[in-house]
Design a protein. Sequence first.
Lengths: 451, 89
Amino acid sequence: MFNTNEVLETIDMIEREHLDIRTVTMGVSLLPCIAGSAEKTAQNVYDTICKRAENIVNVTRELSREYGIPIVNKRISVTPAAVICAPFADKAPLIGKALDNAAKEVGVDFLGGYSALVHKGMADYEKTFILSIPEVLAGTERLCSSVNIGSSKSGINMDAVKLMGEVVKATAERTAGAGGFGCAKLVVFCNAVEDNPFMAGAFHGIGESGTVINVGVSGPGVVQHAIESIPNADLSDLAEMIKRTAFKITRAGQLIAREAAKRLNAEFGIVDLSLAPTPARGDSVAAILEEMGLGSVGTHGTTACLAMLNDAVKKGGVMASSRVGGLSGAFIPVSEDIGMIEAAERGSLNIDKLEAMTAVCSVGLDMIAVPGDTPASTISAIIADEAAIGMINNKTTAVRVIPAPGKKVGDEVNFGGLLGRAPVMPVHGESAEKFINRGGLIPAPIHSNKN
Amino acid sequence: MRAVLTVVGKDKTGIIAKVSTFLAERKVNILDISQTILEDYFAMIMLVDVGGASVSLSVLADECAEMGKNIGMSIHVQHEEIFNAMHNV
């Protein structure tokens, strides 16, 4: 028989502390879809996704009822579309449209993989593909895009970095009516992972199997509550408590992932244990850091607290499952975390501090609104800085900034729903244009030579 | 298939009677019961077998939640594996 306290603890986690399965993401390989023409390929892409994922919504709904745990998002990730479009890159928007239509047909909220991997070099067809991103993101609803511009093994492709600064700006301008919303669906990565279930950066890597289920679990509220329960604990005890909590959350995720994979005739891929906040109060990573003893996230001590949190989360997750993958760690998206929004508004959190934080946590500069007149070269420079942190530290970093058209520091962009609202944050005014225009490759770091 | 049914709420007479009748009507077999009063609050945990039940686990979960609302209690029915997974190493 079960221990009463454990049963009630689980129910409390779900009912009061926002424990949920944040996403069940089906990875689908589109390699078999490549045909002689863009039109035929687009049709194959649409048909394949509709067939493989036709039951994803029903199955996750049923699982949620049986196990009594909410499953918030159902998503799909696909083979990087630049690969699928290689023979007809000028018609890539056709594939983009087919992906978006398939996402709508099967009822998932986002589909990721309008992506290109150009971390070492960029072929002409890849450049053509990347240049289509603004148009495609403006013309679709659920499609997400990502571009990998660097890796610890290959260095940073600065030509791609320069291009992505321009693509981010163009995407914002194409979606100016919605506050530059297109940029919320576009991530620039260094060391992108092939099995990430979280949007907007999910894609289904070339090394992956045909159909895979990856699950992202979340629970900032659960961790915050666990810390609250031991207010005078020292940091070793706190780390232990976070680890134990992460263990339980990961186990719930693994259970759902295995069961979902079985019912959807897919392989079980990984569990991504990420503390992914939402704009809801009680579901904030910033609140965890403040619960640890910071007056406001962003103040001195923030990086240390975040480093400890991120590491403890990983340790608990790794103990719980041998299939931990994706991005696993703490996310710090500004607009999606009420504590981050408030810290940015009161001026205690700025981009420089966020950049430092990304050196010790999962991913990077995420969902940050910057002034609409920020030059493309400055956005490229922000991307280069973030990529450098990822390259040198052997970790994934990403940039998802929104140069909100017509907005200046002090204004706010509201995306609604899970994407929240973002106060426009200042960037440095001094130019980095000459640096960005140099182009070329930042060579791979010395520690990449491990062979 | 086994599930865990929890009933939490303010203590009053007849809770177990109502819940067990409700389960019997749906051919759900009760395997074990533990019950405690935490301050004024009633907390009951039942291990049930839904293998021979006349409804599916998800329907049973929805119906129990609804019945709970009618008697002013919070009732959850969940597959037992969620608790095994989270609380056992």
